[in-house]
Design a protein around this ligand. Structure first.
Ligand code: G6P
Length: 608
């Protein structure tokens, strides 16, 4: 949720840290801070609000030093304030700490420290770390951090500097990701590669319960038990320009428009028409068991959960596998009873969502096999799972997920198709599906060509304070996702419903002020959806229909139509979601919302 960036090298640290923070701002943005070290002097500045506030604060200041740590915060313990922002420091201002995660036993530790006369200056759990490290310090910073790690419970990714150990940063992780970046000008440490892709694409991932001492010339990794660890660098495929606006006003819009390319990346090298069987190298390690499996559980959070929910219908359509879908945050409260050879598929853009990670750990404990569908290469979920499929969708910066959703649907379709072809799905159906998948990027372009019309529709309805989204079968989760998108970025209240449930409640809300987005492609649900639209119209509710081009029946009854091109029934969600994304985007734009950084939301939810 929060973002960490550290630098130790040969260049001035301040501009590098500010630039890194801006790239991480999508992870948290209620306050920020940095500390730059020059010999035994450490200059720390913090500010409430977005990174520009911090930038304003430090712009005129001379902050010499080529070593520094920086943090952008999404408050968990303590309101957003300068005192609660990171870096946090100890009483004597020797130790400066930035921290992602939550120290669960901080109350107990704080009480003990207070008893020993330490006065706390913030309401954060992080301050405990600063005091403990200072108390343990006897000349060796990594040793002091290691001793502190042994005392704390919970999750952390931390970066620490000490006045008496100039030229080094000690970092450590448990539950919160940290990545070391290697460049000719020095070393970086960040919670997310996007903070450093401008400078390097050579990275080393820190594993659970490891710490590292990083200097301008090198780094050494060790375990919590002080055992040295050797790890070679990996090359990341993301380029700096992938994480830039490139002329778009917002990342959300840019990423909506990147969907044809993201889909091409998801299918590239994976489609083989001849046999109608996709190739998915990443799942080969578990293939023998997977192809025998008859039980699958798709787990995820947020938008990824709605991708999982569409996935369930696609698996039911293409395979013989009993497929369940689970909200990761609820998973561990359930009495999990997996039949033998059950595969749990974790779906996550970031690969770091705390609840999804916890869900797969629990599933593993109960004997399930694990697969990941993840966008961020090398992320925690990709490491915890036995095998997986990467999205290769490129960095997604807008907090509201868009291109990753359609990419996830594509990957789930490929997986279902592969399994289906080893079960009862015919060659003809396999080839037909592959042809339709290949055509999708072009069809998304067509759907995007409706943007001006969707903008006009959004302008017409954006002042309505309640919206309803309806869909059936494959498009029921799209109704949920459409409502979620609208809520997230425009703050308009919206509900997504299975259209068949409308008579059981939501119909009571229908009035001329409440628009309904009816997702009604030409599939087997068409007639039923049409009846729902008639029911809404007879109660004077405005209807915006997302319909297949040329659908005259819908044209006769809906107030506004947004057309999408035809495709196979189970692929429609990849097209029907595009107008939903654009409606949310344009409504937010007309309402002057902070589209890429909606209030209270964070891109990556790394705490439970
Ligand atoms: C947050 C983001 C959502 C995202 C969800 C799951 O809530 O704001 O956009 O869908 O986390 O994230 P994941 O990285 O696991 O897909």
């Amino acid at each position: 949720m929060c973002g960490i960036v550290c630098y130790v090298g040969r260049k001035p640290a301040k501009p590098i840290l500010l630039e890194g923070l801006k790239r991480l701002e999508y992870r948290g943005y209620d306050s920020a801070g940095l500390a730059v070290q020059d010999g035994e002097t450490i200059h720390c500045e913090r500010a409430v609000g977005k990174i520009v506030e911090l930038e304003r604060r430090v712009n005129g200041l001379e902050m010499k030093g080529t070593v520094g740590i920086a943090h952008t915060r999404w408050a968990t313990h303590g309101r957003p304030s300068e005192e609660n922002a990171h870096p946090q420091r100890d009483r004597d201002e020797n130790v400066f700490v930035i921290h992602n995660g939550i120290i669960e036993n901080y109350h107990v530790l704080k009480k003990k420290l207070e008893k020993d006369g330490i006065v706390f200056r913030s309401e954060t759990d992080t301050e405990v770390l600063a005091h403990l490290i200072a108390l343990h310090f006897d000349g060796d910073l990594s040793d002091a951090v290691r001793k502190t790690m042994a005392q704390v419970e919970g999750t952390f990714g931390i970066g620490v500097i000490h006045r008496q150990t100039p030229g080094q940063i000690v970092v450590a992780r448990r539950g919160s990701p940290l990545i070391i970046g290697v460049s000719d000008d020095g070393h970086f440490v960040a919670s997310d590669v996007s903070a450093m892709v401008r400078y390097t694409n050579k990275v080393v991932h820190l594993e659970e319960n490891e710490l590292a001492t990083v200097t301008a010339d090198g780094f050494s990794i060790s375990t919590a038990q002080a055992k040295p660890v050797q790890r070679s660098t990996e090359t990341v495929e993301w380029r700096a320009e992938d994480a830039e606006l490139n002329g778009f006003p917002h990342f959300m819009l840019k990423e909506i428009y990147e969907q044809p390319a993201a889909l091409e990346n998801a299918i590239r090298g994976r489609l083989e028409q001849g046999e109608g069987v996709p190739k998915l190298g990443g799942i080969m390690p578990v293939w023998e068991s997977l192809k025998q499996s008859r039980h699958m559980v798709l787990v995820a959070c947020g938008t990824s959960y709605y991708a999982a929910s569409v996935g369930k219908y696609i698996f039911e359509r293409l395979t013989e596998i009993d497929t369940e879908v689970g909200l990761a945050s609820e998973f561990r409260y359930r009495k999990l009873n997996f039949p033998p050879n059950t595969f749990v598929v974790a779906i996550s853009q970031s690969g770091e969502t705390a609840d999804t990670l916890a869900a797969i750990k629990e599933a593993k404990r109960k004997g399930a096999r694990l697969i990941g569908v993840v966008n961020v290469v090398g992320s925690s979920i990709s490491r915890e799972t036995e095998a997986g499929i990467y999205n290769h969708a490129g960095p997604e910066i807008g907090v509201a997920s868009t291109k990753n959703f359609t990419s996830q649907l594509t990957i789930l379709t490929l997986l279902a198709l592969l399994l289906g072809r080893h079960q009862n799905l015919s060659l003809t159906e396999g080839i037909q599906a592959i042809r339709a998948l290949e055509a999708l990027p072009g069809l998304i372009h067509k759907a995007l060509a409706q943007a001006n019309h969707i903008e006009a529709v959004s302008e017409k309805y954006c002042r309505c304070t309640n919206w309803l989204f309806l869909g059936r079968k494959y498009n029921y989760p799209i109704a949920l996702e459409g409502a979620l998108k609208l809520k997230e970025v425009s703050y308009i209240h919206a509900e997504g419903y299975a259209a068949g449930e409308m008579k059981h409640g939501p119909i009571a809300l229908i009035n001329p002020e409440m628009p309904t987005v009816a997702i009604i492609p030409l599939d087997e649900m068409h007639e039923k959806m049409l009846s729902n639209i008639h029911e809404i119209k007879s109660r004077k509710g405005p209807v915006i229909a997302i319909a297949t081009e040329g659908d005259e029946k819908v044209r006769d009854v809906a107030d506004d139509i947004i057309e999408i091109p035809p495709t196979l029934d189970f692929l429609y969600p990849i097209l029907t979601v595009i107008p939903c994304q654009l409606l949310a985007y344009y409504c937010a734009k007309f309402l002057n919302r902070d589209i890429d950084k909606p209030r209270n939301l964070a891109k990556s939810v790394t705490v439970e």
